[in-house]
Ligand binder design. Structure first.
Ligand SMILES: [Zn+2]
Ligand SMILES: [Zn+2]
Length: 330
């Protein structure tokens, strides 16, 4: 009997790889459970990282490396420009077809659907570095905030009631529910492109599996860790301009690798502005790209940095980045 129960639970988890809303009717009850790392949720990460080792079999070529790099930047922009600044914070407006395209592009980053991503992220802003925060490095440690939290069963479902503004679009809900469809098509597309290059441009030294290893596995793994650094490192490394009550920080290094997300303290203070670098020296590539896109008319109404941001000179209360025990968190 006990075994049967275990199997059905395992089957349920497996079905959720493809239909993420399966068995998630009572999100509040799942959310109320204690954190628990679920093996079937660790497995996709294990496979993603193991896929990187495929390079030992496929080798490399300049074309494959260039495509991996290009896809890293394109998908990082999709995450910061669309998943974060559009879906999570609505810092600009766009049309319904463009919104779908942005969601599609964001889904190729293999960071689940736009509604799950926005729901978790809005929750982070509401409870930043408090006990309820699902990925606070100061409360739960570096590794939990970096990757552990995603493998916990209680953080798996999307609470659609918390993202009603997005849940009213069935096409977005579809992408969110079947969130492995786009990544699988993306990997298959790379396989096809690799085959095409192999047949028609043999001089490039590209093969279909080589392009899957570089364009999908290597590029996506690096993309995952760079994005996760905002959950982990951006609450540990850098300086604080604003007293936000949490431990968010501004870091040029993180801003460079994440196309502008490193100005995280700015962002926690003024989360509704499209720009995260508030001064010319705070490099924010995603903002520059969004500005250029706005000239084409595809997006509009980019919310500017409020004047108050430049007058906000409250002394910053230093928060210890590595508390020795929880009793310090008064
Ligand atoms: Zn944060
Ligand atoms: Zn945010």
């Amino acid at each position: 009997m006990h075994d049967n129960y275990g199997w059905s639970k395992g089957l349920k988890s497996l079905i959720r790889w493809f239909d993420t809303d399966h068995g998630n009717e009572d999100v509040a009850a799942i959310r109320a459970k204690p954190d628990k790392v679920e093996f079937l949720r660790v497995l996709p990460f294990l496979l993603l990282h193991l896929g990187v080792l495929g390079v030992l079999l496929t080798g490399w070529s300049w074309t494959a490396v260039a495509i991996a790099l290009g896809l890293y930047f394109l998908r990082m922009f999709a995450i910061t420009g669309f998943y974060h600044r559009y879906f999570s914070h609505k810092t600009f407006q766009t049309s319904r077809p463009a919104q779908f395209l942005f969601a599609l592009l964001g889904a190729t980053a293999v960071q689940r659907g736009p509604l799950w991503w926005s729901y978790q992220h809005r929750h982070h802003h509401r409870h930043s570095d408090e006990d309820e925060d699902v990925h606070s490095p100061t409360v739960r440690g570096f590794w939990w905030s970096h990757i552990g939290w995603i493998t916990s069963a209680r953080n798996f479902p999307t609470d659609y009631s918390q993202v009603r503004d997005l849940a009213k679009y069935p096409e977005l809900v579809f992408l969110n529910r079947f969130d492995t469809v786009v990544p699988m098509l993306f990997a298959a597309g790379l396989f096809g492109l690799g085959h095409f290059l192999h047949v028609h441009y043999p001089g490039l030294g590209v093969t279909s599996w080589q392009l899957v290893v570089w364009g999908f596995f290597i590029s996506t793994t690096i993309l995952f860790h760079a994005t996760s650094c905002i959950n982990s490192m951006a609450h540990l490394l850098g300086r604080r301009r604003y007293d936000t009550g949490d431990n968010s920080r501004n870091s040029l290094i993180l801003a460079l690798i994440t196309l502008g997300e490193g100005w995280h303290n700015n962002h926690h203070r003024y989360m509704n502005t499209v720009r995260q670098g508030f001064y010319w020296w705070e490099i924010d590539v995603s903002y520059y790209l969004l500005k250029v896109i706005s000239w084409t008319g595809l997006i509009w109404n980019l919310k500017p940095v409020p004047l108050a941001a430049y007058e906000d000179t409250h002394p910053v209360r230093e928060i210890r980045p590595f508390p020795t025990d929880h009793s310090n968190r008064a």
